[in-house]
Ligand binder design. Structure first.
Ligand code: NCD
Length: 329
């Protein structure tokens, strides 16, 4: 009898995630965050620090990255695994010699057990995962999705707002090409009517031409989320938000002539003063002019903490991929 092929675990799209699975990842990430706070010599931290010993993660980044690549590296190393990779695969991998993504994945699968892939083509992570030769983590596929970012964004929101409901979140900036927005909106929809349902009202602030694509608007309508659209940021939009999710203009994805004057999408420090001190300002980073550094000192500024949470969420994802989730109450 032919051997049954192994089904590798992947993190490709929020579409594949169930509320139960999301909750598990959030709880494991929280466990890891507490473990790290208790100290690198605490029983909890030591308990996971060799969990992935002998495993190799391959970083395959065809687009620039700081946080995603480094936090995945750090996550794998904190779990006792090893990391190999190419950080400018578009320039230094065999792609420049005309190698197909399929061939590259087949070869990387010979050297490692999980591939963290960032690629400029929407759908490329699914293409790689469908080969089913190695686990694939989508670290961003063009203007498609960035599911691990959505999980860490939501983790940051959940830590603050868990147990509360009916909040309002505002997405600001380039909602057309911003893949982090796409994935976070999908995640909010996936958690609708569950105990992780956090937002029933969404405000979208985007320049003309860079609005959220219809497919996401349709999904929000089906999920009975109240959506309001705005062409610019205003005191009213900001002051009524429990969370504001700022994004930069994804200039590298824009066609000639696309894009706008950024001033209407800059979150001014005096606008943040109008928000509740319990509200939060998020940004996947890197930022440009839309988020002035003067906001960093305000109690609502959570974006560096958000980036830090990436470590714990990505550790949780790697532990899940390798079937090594810690046991805890
Ligand atoms: C984001 C991305 O790559 O989509 N960055 C990140 O991973 N934190 C956001 C961006 O580049 O604007």
């Amino acid at each position: 009898m032919a051997p049954v092929p192994i089904q590798h675990k992947h993190v490709v799209s929020v579409d594949d995630m169930t509320p139960e699975w999301i909750e598990m990842i959030l709880k494991v990430a929280q466990f890891l965050k507490v473990a790290q706070k208790e100290g690198l010599n605490s029983a909890k931290w030591l308990g996971v620090s060799t969990a992935l010993s002998g495993q190799v993660m391959v970083n395959l980044f065809y687009e620039p990255s700081t946080r995603t690549r480094l936090s995945f590296d750090a996550a794998m190393q904190q779990l006792g695994g090893r990391v190999i990779g190419t950080e400018a695969a578009g320039m230094f991998s065999s792609a420049v010699k005309g190698e197909s993504l399929t061939d590259t994945i087949h070869v990387c699968a010979l050297y490692g057990h999980v591939i963290v892939q960032r690629h400029k083509q929407k759908g490329s992570a699914r293409e790689a995962a469908d080969l089913n030769v190695v686990s694939i983590i989508n670290a961003g596929d063009g203007d498609g999705e960035h599911p691990t970012q959505a999980l860490l964004d939501f983790f940051t929101i959940w830590e603050k707002f868990q147990g509360q409901s009916c909040k309002k979140i505002t997405f600001v900036g380039d909602l057309k090409y911003g893949r982090t927005v796409h994935s976070l909106i999908k995640l909010i929809i996936a958690l609708r009517d569950t105990q992780l349902d956090m937002f029933n009202r969404i405000q979208l602030v985007a320049p003309a031409g860079l609005e959220l694509p219809d497919e996401y608007l349709d999904q929000m309508a089906s999920a009975h989320i109240e959506v309001e659209l705005f062409g610019q940021l205003s005191d009213l939009v900001v002051s009524g938000s429990d969370a504001i999710y700022m994004t930069r203009a994804q200039k590298e994805r824009m066609a000639e002539g696309e894009g706008v004057d950024g001033n209407a999408y800059t979150l001014q420090p005096d606008m943040v003063e109008l928000m509740s001190p319990e509200a939060m300002v998020l940004h996947p980073l890197p930022r440009n002019d839309e988020l002035p550094a003067a906001i960093d000192e305000k109690p609502q500024a959570r974006y560096f903490e958000q980036a830090g949470n990436g470590l714990f969420v990505r550790m949780a994802l790697l532990l899940w991929i390798f079937g090594k989730l810690p046991e805890f109450d």
